[in-house]
Design a protein around this ligand. Structure first.
Ligand code: 3HC
Ligand code: NAI
Length: 691
């Protein structure tokens, strides 16, 4: 029988089964909440029913509150009312979980009297990733089941746990057989009835809280241990305060406290920014002009050319996804060094307990080394990651053309070079694409996918799908110098370089960016990446500070000196040597030294980046402002809680951004001449979000 459009009600013996089906992820929309409440009411009124099963159809149990409803007027019944009805039901309610019970979804399950899950299910409270805290009792109920220490970890990390781990923690009462949830849950419900089991309410439990009362430092220690990770974010501290409240306040007061802090976070700009990024990442996967039914090519075997920093990381990404890789380098030395680094990385991960020791050999087992490109003839995808020089790349692609099978995808990891020119070295430019990974490639989430003018639709669609397979976020961009990410980086670099010539120190510039929320400053990042990346010794002519530092052998961290000095442990100190280079160079250029404040550094750097982003949008190199945000948040450490450069600009208000750019142009340089797109959007009363 239908309860409403998304819920059905059936009775099996003494058990009412309320099934929700609201694709794609059964988010707790108004209709879903009404369906649950309606189903429960029917079960309570039905005398033949002695227990109720709450179960979902489709790929998952409730994946959380419906984020698209945030900011809109609430529709009854609100989630907390539904939970109250479930928890206070006079007949036992059993939640049957598959897929992901996340956020409000898990919080609903926590108000059921019993929980059963299939082994593949995952349970978690990921609200922190959206700049929120679990606002439907999660901070009050979870600690009562799993204890304070585990709850702190689970809720501030947002990471889900497997059903098996959940069972161990007591979060799930019973494991069902995979694929047999409904039947097993019915059996379990009948057992609850037959054994006359009590109506267990998580809210009434105190045993786990008592355990924590003997450990007064638990919260202070947790804050200290995670200070770096939580820096700048508001939600983790609010979560900790709510969990503290479980020890200090009765349940209902704790719940009210949680609601207050939830509303504060929900109304704040950090959560808006993080929700923007959540949807932006998903939006990036949708591409105009490439129909959803475009064929996806199978990627069963991959070749990577160049066993250096990037080639090694790229090979690890594939091995981690279980896809066999052949790694080729031109010299045996470089190949063996590359393979050693990969093994070393895996072993270090295993030592830290983040990977099983036996998996090291398994990953290395699907990774083959070779010094012959001929060994790539059976690969479905070949990614080139050799030196960043056009002549060498063209040579590699010309050779590859004669080796790769006809339907192989030929990709380059170039940071800046023209994909079409690289493709022109082959007889099949339609098969050539840019797959721009970020360092370290096995960790960074971003994959910039660069389409050439000839790149075929199925190659693009396959590359987008590949990003997901590798656990990355794919963003499709156009073919222009530096694509999207590095072109904005170049705009930042230009201002940073100019600022140090005018009198700001590298430390001062870096401090402003660090305080804004970047994990490191601009010059720290340059030193880490290596100042010699893309530097050509033969063509170097002392024409920039970077060239001079390189000519002096100061290539960054790896050479104990770049913009900073480093000791053998890579500890950083300001460099008198680099400072002298900067000052001498500025004097030679006739640039006067002056005091530069933090506000000027911040404005010049951030507005230059926003302006460059606008130009990329206007030129069609980026297809959406939100794509640019995803690139900078996932690839370059723009703080997630600031939502990316274009979101940040929208938040300032585009008219203000335009004014600021004009005044920066008047005061400093034509580099700030506003992009015509900004002028246009302002005149139409729009923001980047509407572009
Ligand atoms: N609300 C609204 N829409 C949601 C949603 C949610 N909670 N979760 C996912 N969606 C949408 C996505 O936007 C996407 O829409 P699209 O197809 O139009 O782009 C669609 O569902 C499918 O999502 P994915 O592409 O992410 O699908 P996957 O299968 O890769 O992942 C998932 C599924 C693991 C459930 C993932 O979507 C996810 O992590 N969702 C968010 C979970 C979450 O954060 N829940 C907490 C919400 S806040 C909350 O509950 C507050 C409470 O404490 C009061
Ligand atoms: P690297 O210098 O660490 O490695 C290059 C490797 O290619 C070396 O092992 C070298 O022996 C090998 N090689 C050179 N010519 C070859 C050939 N003809 N055939 C086979 N192997 C050859 O360089 P890195 O940093 O890994 O960069 C590789 C590419 O990735 C470049 O195009 C670079 O612009 C790009 N890139 C680099 C990033 C970084 O942070 N280092 C980030 C993103 C892209």
């Amino acid at each position: 029988m239908k309860v409403n459009d998304v819920a059905t009600y059936e009775v099996e013996g003494a058990v009412a089964v309320v099934t929700l089906n609201s694709p794609p992820v059964n988010a707790l929309s108004a209709a879903v909440r009404q369906g649950i409440a309606g189903g429960l009411k029917m079960a309570l009124e039905d005398d033949a029913v002695r227990a109720m099963l709450l179960i979902c159809e489709g790929r998952t149990f409730f994946a959380g509150a419906d984020i698209t409803e945030f900011g809109k007027p609430p529709v009854e019944p609100v989630l907390r009312d539904v939970q109250l009805m479930l928890e206070n039901a006079t007949k036992p309610v059993i939640a049957a979980i598959h897929g992901t019970a996340l956020g409000g979804g898990l919080e609903i399950a926590l108000t059921a009297h019993y929980r059963i899950a299939v082994p593949s299910a995952k349970c978690g409270l990921p609200e922190v990733n959206l700049g929120l805290l679990p606002g439907a009792g999660g901070t009050q109920r979870l600690p009562r089941i799993v204890g304070i220490a585990k709850a702190l970890d689970l809720i501030t990390s947002g990471k889900p746990v497997s059903a098996k781990a959940a069972k161990k923690m007591g979060l799930v009462d019973e494991l069902a057989t995979e694929g047999n949830l409904r039947a097993d849950a019915l059996t379990f419900a009948n057992r609850v009835i037959d054994e006359n089991r009590p109506l267990l309410k998580v809210r009434d439990r105190t045993d786990k809280l008592s355990e924590a009362r003997g450990k007064p430092d638990i919260f202070a220690d947790f804050r200290k241990a995670h200070a770096r990770k939580f820096r700048g974010y508001k939600a983790p501290e609010s979560i900790i305060r709510c969990i503290e409240a479980t020890l200090e306040k009765p349940f209902d007061e704790g719940l009210a406290f949680e609601a207050t802090l939830f509303r504060e976070l929900q109304a704040g700009s950090q959560s808006a920014a993080q929700r923007h990024i959540f949807f932006a990442e998903r939006q990036a996967a949708k591409i105009d002009g490439i129909p959803a039914d475009t064929p996806i090519l199978p990627i069963r075997k991959v070749g990577v050319i160049g066993a250096g920093t990037m080639g090694g990381g790229i090979a690890m990404s594939f091995a981690n996804a279980g896809i066999p890789v052949t790694l080729v380098d031109s010299s045996e030395d470089a190949l063996f060094r590359g393979l050693r680094v990969i093994r070393g990385n895996y072993e270090a991960t295993a030592r830290k307990g983040r990977m099983k020791a036996e998996d090291v050999d398994a990953r290395m087992g699907i990774l083959t080394g070779s010094v012959s490109m001929e060994d790539l003839s059976d690969c479905d995808l070949i990614i080139e990651a050799v030196f960043e020089l056009m002549e060498i790349k063209k040579e590699v692609f010309a050779k590859l053309d004669g080796i790769a099978k006809p339907d192989a995808i030929l990709a380059t990891n170039t940071s800046y070079l023209d994909i079409d020119e690289i493709g022109s070295a082959t007889s099949r430019p339609a098969s050539v694409i840019g797959l721009h990974f970020f360092s370290p490639a096995h960790i960074m989430k971003l994959l910039e996918i660069v389409r050439g003018k000839n790149t075929r639709a199925d190659i693009i669609a396959t590359s987008m799908k590949l990003a997901k397979t590798l656990g990355k976020v794919g963003v499709l961009v156009g073919n222009a110098y530096g694509f999207v990410g590095n072109r904005i980086l170049a705009a930042r670099d230009a201002q940073a370089n100019r600022l140090i010539l005018e009198g700001a120190t590298p430390e001062a510039v870096d401090k402003v960016l660090y305080d804004f929320g970047f994990p490191m400053g601009h010059f720290q990042m340059r030193d880490l990446a290596g100042l010699d990346v893309g530097w050509n010794r033969e063509k170097s002519s002392s024409s920039t500070v970077r060239e001079i530092l390189n000519e002096m052998g100061r290539h960054g961290q790896k050479t104990v000196g770049g913009f900073y000095d480093y000791d053998e442990n890579r500890n950083r100190t300001p460099s008198p040597v680099a400072q002298k280079v900067i000052e001498d160079f500025a004097a030679k250029q006739g640039i006067a030294h002056r005091e530069i404040g933090e506000a000027e550094i911040r404005d010049r750097i951030l507005y230059a980046m926003v302006n460059e982003g606008a130009k990329l949008l206007d030129e069609g190199i980026a297809s959406r402002a939100s794509d640019i945000d995803v690139v900078w948040v996932t690839g370059y450490g723009w703080p997630q809680y600031e939502g990316g450069p274009m979101f940040w600009a929208d938040l300032q208000g585009l008219p203000q951004v335009l004014e600021k750019l004009k005044s920066l142009q008047d005061e400093y340089s034509d580099a700030f001449a506003p992009s015509p797109l900004i002028e246009r959007l302002v005149s139409e009363g729009k923001g980047f979000r509407d572009a």
